[in-house]
Design a protein around this ligand. Structure first.
Ligand code: FES
Ligand SMILES: [Fe+2]
Length: 402
């Protein structure tokens, strides 16, 4: 039973690609697609010069999609609300985390003690959603049978439950998720594999000098885009500037592709966009890690799906939400600290750049539908960010791949 698998692993040249696919098809027939394809055929090579990109099934296989729901999105930090949504005690903001892949109804609440919490928004009686819309309240009340909770999630009261034995217990409280706040956003995780501070850490060092106090969300500039492609294709495209001269002629006029810098972080990637001239660049304080560079933008990505693009005018945060195996919603959220800078430099025409990216990523998804492509190689100088993403993804799924 293992022979066809070994043959698939052994074949790496273009010449034997067709034969390899055929052998793998034989393996599918022999022992079943998933147990062979998913467990045996994706090995991650840390040396990019020797590495191959992931096999096509990573983006097209429904079983892998379920693994990602549990092991990537179910364990990661996700956007829940803007800090302004819960500015005052009693303010509540419901949200469904990972709506299209691992839906988790939650509600961000600022308590009477001024602490921001993210609570499960599922009633502990019979699972109705407790808070349907943003509100300001003294306590949370389920509209189904009237169970009440404090703003800290603690069970308060329930009609007609006087005779229930062993009630209430902690299981009747709304569960509190782990919470972190950064740059005007409230983030939460159900079962985080990484502490928030470790996850967000890479963002602070270069950005401390920016005028955070002046920053405000600009919801008129928020946009949602739907891309007909797997979420991981969208992310891996974001993580390389290799395609900029080919796909984004307008952006290429502004950025110097030769000096485009990629720095690997423990839980993400930083790309530094360097301007062609000295216009529209950041003024950096003495001792800044990028002193001497004409920085037009910092592009941060945090595993698995949060992108923080830092421009002179403020932040454009992209949240990449998987909706189906071949459909992704990308939410652009905008936070401005200097409106005079809007419309200039690398952050000038985000809508156009987004459409160009969406278009090329959809073409990759179409390419993966074919039976011929198996996997490819990386450019060691241009695709380190994409390779790093694949490494983090492989690590998250590693127990499925043994
Ligand atoms: S489901 Fe909430 S009170 Fe019954
Ligand atoms: Fe792009």
């Amino acid at each position: 039973m293992n022979a066809p698998v070994n043959m698939c692993l052994a074949g790496k040249g273009q010449d034997d690609k067709r034969a390899k696919v055929r052998r793998c098809e034989e393996a599918v027939v022999t022992v079943g697609y998933l147990c062979v394809m998913n467990q045996e055929l994706w090995t991650y090579e840390p040396d990019i010069r020797r590495a191959w990109t992931p096999p096509a099934w990573l983006y097209t296989d429904q079983e892998v999609w379920r693994w990602m729901a549990a092991d990537v999105f179910g364990t990661s930090w996700q956007y829940v609300a803007d800090s302004q949504d819960v500015l005052l005690p009693g303010m509540c903001r419901p949200h469904t985390m990972n709506e299209g892949i691992a839906p988790e109804p939650v509600v961000a609440v600022r308590g009477a003690d001024d602490v921001v919490r993210v609570l499960s928004n599922v009633c502990t009686h019979r699972a109705a959603v407790v808070v349907d819309a943003p509100c300001r309240a003294k306590e949370l009340r389920c509209r189904y049978h009237g169970r009440r909770f404090g703003l800290d999630g603690r069970f308060v009261a329930m009609p007609s439950f006087g005779d229930v034995e062993g009630f209430p217990t902690a299981a009747d409280d709304l569960a509190a998720l782990e919470v972190g706040q950064w740059g005007g956003m409230v983030m939460a995780a159900v079962k985080p594999t990484v502490p928030f501070t470790a996850w967000i850490d890479g963002l602070d060092e270069r950005l401390r000098h920016l005028p955070w106090a002046a920053m405000a969300p600009d919801t008129t500039r928020n946009r949602d885009y739907v891309v007909r492609a797997n979420w991981a294709l969208y992310v891996e495209n974001y993580l390389e500037g290799f395609h900029i001269p080919f796909v984004h002629p307008g952006l290429n006029d502004v950025l110097n592709a030769t000096d485009y810098d990629t720095i690997l972080l423990p839980h993400g990637v930083l790309q530094i966009g360097v301007a062609r001239g000295n216009e529209g660049v950041f003024e950096l304080p003495t001792g800044h890690p990028d002193s001497g560079k004409a920085v037009a933008a910092w592009y941060y990505w945090l595993f698995p799906n949060i992108m923080v693009n830092v421009y002179r005018w403020g932040l454009s945060v992209n949240i990449v939400e998987p909706m189906a195996i071949d459909r992704t919603r990308v939410r652009y959220r905008t936070y401005v600290w200097d409106a005079n800078e809007l419309g200039q430099g690398a952050g000038a025409d985000l809508d156009r750049v987004e459409r160009e990216d969406g278009d090329i990523v959809e073409s990759v998804q179409r390419g993966l539908r074919g039976s011929i492509y198996w996997r490819g190689r990386y450019s060691p100088s241009k695709e380190t960010g994409t390779h790093h993403f694949h490494g983090l993804l492989h690590r998250a799924l590693s127990h499925r791949l043994r």
